[in-house]
Design a protein around this ligand. Structure first.
Ligand code: MRU
Length: 355
């Protein structure tokens, strides 16, 4: 996708350096950060400099490549195993992270004791993961756009646009494609408390593409669903269980319930790398609980142009911050994958799951 007319990806590898868009600064400032080793890259995943399932996965793949490139000769496989453990501990919910780490580990292991080939394989496979993510999302856009009629009013939650992946995005890819097809979609953008991915990132992406939209408080979504002002909901996913249950940003479940109560189609868009066949149901998906300070404080640009953090609660007041929730399969109209739109059911998932 383009930023001020220039094509960009979210994250990439240059030599042994990982470069990525610094997402917490958006929409106020567009900045690229450079990360010298896998420790720095792991911290960037944990502190959400990069976030979103696909982008986290691609970043973890590149971090594993960094680890392979910088590992010592004497303890090559031990160093890489330690890097994998460090990266796995960064964020627990996004399946793409675990998929990418495992894929790079397998590629390195396949080269046995040939260190030169193992390093090359790590880099090649990490780049393939990123390219595959971009290609999957573009295909999701094509499939999903079939469900978007002329002038459709779409609601989305969080940011499952291109910033959450390497390019294109999942939930927003069908919107980008429909816009280019001349269908003139309109998007209701949930603000997405507490981190504000909708208000900060989704709205910025839509502005860059010239797509009409409005940011709404998360609590306004039910109103627009009930009053017939939303034709369909499309959200992303961080992990999909074998039975079709879907983990996504906190607040997704409530939207799905209200969409069902009002007969509005509720779609999930995700590449098949987000499927975890090891999780029989959504109950097996680990839900990340982040710092309560993300609830207590908000931040942004003040009118004098400085970044400011303000507390909205009583000092030290109790707060909880689950980052994700699970939407049961029966509330989902369909899952838009790169291989087509499937039913959120064991049979649907089995028809597209990788391994
Ligand atoms: O906490 P985040 O920002 O990494 O959350 C992930 C998300 O962006 C959403 O849950 C999204 O809808 C699915 S990931 C493409």
């Amino acid at each position: 996708m383009k930023v001020d007319g220039t094509p960009h990806r979210t994250v990439w590898l240059e030599g042994t350096t990982v470069r990525m868009i610094n997402q917490p600064l958006l929409p106020h400032r567009f900045e690229i950060v450079a990360l010298a080793d896998h420790h720095a890259t792991a911290r960037a995943i944990q502190n959400m400099t990069v976030r979103g399932a696909g982008a986290i996965g691609a970043t973890a793949g590149f971090a594993m490549a960094q680890a392979a490139l910088l590992a010592s000769e004497a303890s090559f496989h031990k160093d890489i195993a330690q890097a994998a453990a460090e990266l796995r501990a960064t964020r627990p919910t996004a399946q793409n992270l675990f998929y990418a780490i495992r894929t790079v580990l397998d590629a390195v292991a396949a080269e046995g004791s040939d260190r030169i080939r193992a390093r090359q394989a790590a880099v090649e496979v990490a780049r393939q993961i990123a390219d595959d993510d971009a290609a999957c999302c573009e295909a999701i856009g094509t499939h999903g756009a079939e469900r978007i009629g002329a002038g459709a009013r779409i609601n989305t939650h969080c940011n499952a646009g291109w910033l959450a992946f390497v390019d294109w995005g999942s939930a927003l890819a069908p919107v980008f494609v429909a816009h280019r097809q001349g269908k003139a979609p309109f998007v209701w953008v949930d603000e997405t408390r507490p981190r504000g991915q909708g208000a900060r990132l989704t709205a910025w992406e839509l502005s860059q593409e010239g797509i009409p939209h409005a940011v709404i408080c998360d609590s306004a979504t039910g109103h627009y669903l009930r009053t017939g002002q939303i034709d369909l909901v499309i959200v992303g996913s961080d992990r999909i269980a074998a039975n079709g249950d879907v983990a996504n940003k906190i607040g997704t479940y409530s939207s799905a319930v209200v969409a069902r109560a009002n007969g509005v189609p509720f779609y999930v868009a995700a590449p098949t790398t987000t499927i975890d066949v090891g999780a029989a149901t959504g109950g097996a998906i680990p839900i990340e609980e982040r710092s309560p300070d993300e609830v207590r404080y908000t931040w942004g640009l003040s009118d004098d142009g400085t970044f400011t953090r303000v507390r909205t609660t009583l000092a030290g007041g109790p707060a909880r911050n689950p980052a994700f929730d699970v939407t049961p399969a029966e509330l989902i109209t369909g899952i838009i994958t790169e291989r087509g739109i499937i039913e959120a059911s064991p049979a649907g998932i089995a028809s597209v799951a990788r391994r």
